[in-house]
Design a protein around this ligand. Sequence first.
Ligand SMILES: [Zn+2]
Length: 186
Amino acid sequence: MKYPLIFGLAIITAVIFAFLLSSTSSQTDAAPIENVHQAAATDTLPSGEYPFQKSDAEWKEILTSKEYRILRDRGTEIPYVNEFNGHKEEGIYVCAGCGQKLFSSKHKYESGSGWPSYWRPIADSLVGEREDNSYFMTRTEIVCSNCGGHLGHVFDDGPEPTGLRYCMNSAAMDFVPAEEVASYQK
Ligand SMILES: [Zn+2]
C-alpha cells in the first residue's frame, strides 16, 4: 500500500503550502490552484447529462485556465486567497461556465474555511450532487445543474436552518451585484 502514503504526504505538503501562502499573500487574482480535492483523473464529468453542452475544446476557448481547472478538471483553489471568500457585497453568484444563477449573498456566511460558503443555493434545482470518493474520503460534490461544471462540495456542518455548508470555489463563479440582478438574463 504505497499509494496512500504518497497521497497523504502530497496532501500534507499542499496544506502546508496553502497555509504559508495564505499568511504571506494578499493577492487574490494571482492565487495558484491546488488539486488537493481533485478527483482521480479518470473520473470525468458525464457527458450528455446536462442541458448546456460544450466540447472540451470549446470549454478551453471560453474559460480562463483557472476556471477550466476548477469547473472542468474538478480542481480546488487555495483557501483564503480567492476572490469571494471575504466578499460581502449584496448580489448573486452565477456559474462562470454557463451563467446559471447559483447562490445569493443572503445565504452567504463566514465559515472560517477560507472558501466562500453558503447555507443553501438560491434553489435546489440549480445545483446537482454527486458522490466524490477521491482521496479516501466520501464527500458530496456540487455541480452546476445546467452545465455540470464542478463548483465545490457540501458538508453537514453549516448553520441553521439547513445545517449545510456549501463550500464553493470562487473561480467557478461570477458575481452579479444587486442592482444588476433584475436585468440579469441567463
Ligand atoms: Zn454552469
